[in-house]
Write a new protein. Structure first.
Lengths: 189, 428
């Protein structure tokens, strides 16, 4: 809206603040033994990501990130963790023994190396379509005219209506399936 | 630094938005002032609750600290700070200490986007919007932040390592997720009418078209019930229900840490009231007049609209308290049934109807502020209100339950002759 609102230094500071907090929280999320503490760190990661989206002028995605992931999915996670009552945390390590942890470490290092190699040869930049700037300008002009939600809602409910409806049917089928499976177990008992 | 000073010194027309530097400066000032007033209101809502409770129960209420007990919140605060803070041995310490803060923050954050008065012109600065942050996604922000309210309670209950606290936390998360859905669905109708999610735009739409409570009474009803459930107020106070769960999720808390939970509840009441006013009662609009909604803006206009806004919010805070001292608590299965089997289907049906009506009226070429458009919505509203409150609801939520009992049964109860018979037909 007001581009001169963000001093470049303030912008950089905010970016690194959210980025580093997200990384630190992600590391904490993986290393915590208590499932609830891990879930809370994941919530923090989601928040930082929402902050980064807002910095990209994608306020809608930022709000949805908090609303869906933090407000709904993670609450259900917490609910399930509490309901299961997992017992003492020392029994909960999923990668037990030295070998399991070593394999995990090497897998992680391999993935990191892959990302760095991709980045070094500018593969990610080459993957971005050349007309992206034009598209971004068009989206910006549309969002100036019709608010923040219009440019997302209009294509979703016009051009991609079929895909949208198919997705909703898929989700409905998943919900019905979950209910059927849950019911069968209680009947068998 | 010079960059910032240069921005600050730009002189602007008071009827236009301020420059970027002034925007930042006044943003900070607004945040500080709004925070101070909000905290004061939260503190005094506790006193208001005790006064109203005393009034409803025909007793005196707090009247010792200061004239008429006006200093009671301050006395309470000092008392809470002086008390011993307990920390259960088996508690998860970090989360136990953090939970009260987590409970309080979302209610406060929501307040940041609610516009509370007409924009204020300041000479040399520009037209300052009277919302702490006038976000383009306004309403979605309130939904997103509102959905975090459950964390404080859940974490408090879990970290206490107490079975009653955990039960309270489980109830809270189930209840708040359920009613959040109904709440979100009920506001879709408002967004359909406004065609925007910015709260200032929603207020402007109501100024032109009439308050949403007149056009969409059912949506308001669903929103109000869900707001009661989201704030964990009676009749939805199952997370702390003292007669079943000792004190529920905050059973292990003491002193100021405990005090944060009731304070968060009062903060939530004020925020929910503010949202209800903004979404359904025209926000800062002064009813039956148009002069307050348009330029040129003046200080008097800002003050008057601020007064109108405060009066409306006060009415809803009063209603919240009034309901608490009037209605008994739900049973847990009734609560879930009301949320999932009544409010959610009702909201979905309502969305479909409102969307079709908007589409049809737009296709017919009626302007959004024309009498035809408003008349059609009013007619639809009357039909729905009669259908829901008079036919479907007979003897359930609004009308008393004795209206479901047949005349013969009342006669039997009155004679009291067939007591044993009544005991045998529990299910009736």
């Amino acid at each position: 809206m007001q581009p001169n609102l963000f001093h470049p230094l303030a912008y950089t500071f905010t970016f690194y603040f959210f980025g580093l907090t997200a990384l630190a929280s992600a590391v904490a999320f993986v290393t915590r033994k208590s499932p609830v503490a891990a879930a809370m760190w994941l919530v923090n990661v989601m928040f930082c990501l929402a902050g980064l989206y807002v910095m990209l002028d994608a306020q809608f995605i930022g709000a949805i990130q908090v609303l869906v992931y933090t407000g709904a999915i993670m609450v259900v996670f917490l609910f399930v963790i509490m309901l299961l009552n997992l017992g003492h945390v020392s029994d909960l390590l999923d990668a037990r023994g030295k070998w399991g942890q070593l394999i995990g470490l090497f897998l992680g290092l391999g993935l990191l190396a892959e990302v760095m190699a991709l980045n070094r040869h500018n593969t990610i930049e080459r993957m971005i379509p050349p007309d992206l700037a034009a598209k971004a300008a068009e989206a910006a002009s549309r969002s100036a005219a019709g608010g923040v939600i219009g440019p997302i809602a209009a294509p979703l409910f016009k051009e991609y209506l079929l895909a949208f409806e198919l997705t909703s049917i898929l989700l409905l089928a998943a919900i019905v399936g979950a209910v059927v499976l849950g019911k069968r177990r209680t009947n068998a008992r | 630094m010079t960059h910032l000073m240069a921005l600050l010194l730009q002189v602007a027309d008071p009827q236009l938005p301020p420059s970027a530097g002034m925007f930042i400066l006044f943003g900070a000032i607004k945040a500080g002032v709004a925070f101070g007033i909000y905290m004061l209101c939260v503190a005094y809502t506790t006193l208001l609750e005790r006064w109203l409770a005393a009034w409803i129960q025909d007793r005196l209420g707090p009247n010792r600290a200061g004239p008429k007990g006006i200093l009671q919140p301050i006395a309470d605060g000092i008392k809470n700070f002086m008390k011993e803070e307990t920390l259960p041995a088996a508690a998860s310490k970090t989360l136990f200490v953090l939970a009260p803060a987590i409970a309080f923050i979302p209610a406060m954050l929501t307040w940041a986007v609610i516009p509370f008065a007409a924009p204020l012109p300041i000479p040399g600065v520009g037209l300052v919007s009277m919302a702490v942050a006038d976000l383009p996604i306004g309403f979605l922000f309130t939904l997103a932040v509102g959905s975090l309210g459950v964390y404080g309670i859940t974490i408090a209950g879990w970290s206490s390592n107490n079975k009653y606290a955990l039960l309270g936390a489980m109830r809270a998360s189930a209840q708040m997720i359920s009613y959040e859905i109904a709440m979100g669905m009920s506001t879709v109708c408002v967004l359909l009418l406004a065609g925007n999610v910015n709260l200032n735009e929603i207020v402007a739409q109501q100024q032109g078209q009439g308050w949403n409570v007149v056009m969409l009474t059912l949506a308001f009803f669903i929103f109000a019930v869900s707001a009661l459930a989201e704030t964990n107020r009676v009749p939805f106070d199952l997370p702390e229900s003292e007669s079943e769960l000792v004190a529920g999720y905050h059973a292990e808390y003491s002193s100021m840490r405990y005090s944060m939970f009731p304070l968060a509840e009062y903060a939530n009441i004020i925020t929910s009231s503010g949202l209800m006013v903004t979404l359904f009662f025209g926000g800062w609009d002064i009813p039956f007049t148009q002069w307050d909604n348009m330029a040129p803006w003046s200080v008097a206009k800002t003050l008057l609209t601020l007064g109108a806004y405060f009066a409306k919010v006060f009415f809803f805070v009063f209603s919240f308290i009034w309901i608490r001292w009037t209605v008994p608590r739900f049973r847990y299965d009734q609560l879930m049934a009301l949320g999932w089997k009544v409010l959610l289907p009702m909201a979905l049906l309502y969305i479909t109807t409102v969307a079709s009506l908007v589409l049809a009226l737009d296709a017919a070429g009626l302007g959004r502020t024309s009498y035809g458009f408003r008349g059609a919505f009013l007619a639809m509203n009357v039909v729905f209100v009669i259908l829901v409150f008079w036919i479907l609801d007979r003897g359930r939520t609004i009308s008393p339950s004795y209206s479901r009992v047949t005349k013969e049964r009342i006669a039997r109860l009155q004679t009291g002759a067939q007591r044993s018979d009544l005991l045998n037909e529990k299910g009736a």
